[in-house]
Design a protein around this ligand. Sequence first.
Ligand SMILES: [Fe+2]
Length: 213
Amino acid sequence: MQWQSLSLFATPVIKIQIPGYLQARDFFFERINQQVDAAKVRKEHNHITHYFSESNVFKAFPELAWLSDELEKAGTFAYCELLNYRKSRDLKLTNAWFNLCDVGGVQNRHSHANCRLSGTLYLNTDDNTRIRFMHPLSTSSMHTEIYDQPSEDDNPYGLGFHFPFVDVAVQAGDCLFWPSQLHHGYDTNKTPNRLSLSFNLMPQHMNTIYQIV
Ligand SMILES: [Fe+2]
């Protein structure tokens, strides 16, 4: 049998190193974790605590302006240059928050709304730290997809279309950027005090009609 398989429409997850990340990690453990107003902390049942997830941590702490600038610079490069949205202008952060996770914590599958590009900067990791990205054609149980379970063995033709998700290893200083609608999360966390900073980005101009003020 003659056959051909076309791998169409690659899904981007872009990794960029952010200089000075140790300074951000120390700032979190010395300032934010110790002194933050309890109203700004959301403790989840799954061993994850979010700090400033309903506002913007950069507005609360001007000392972190340098990090906001670094993330917007890296995000603009990823979006405009690598993903080819060169008609849009610079990306701006719409919100940003810290995530602290105990061993055993789980981040449920989710995506981010009202933004184009999302990302996470990793600040405290070890050899076990992973993030899971779901296949973009897979859906959550809220949708009417007819689900079938593929074989978990390797495909005999070397193809990888059956993978329902991919786990990506991350190290402190890595910053991942991905399209905001891509579902992600992670299974049981094995990293003590897993710390990251997540954020959403929007272009200043979009489709010639949208503008961030
Ligand atoms: Fe997320």
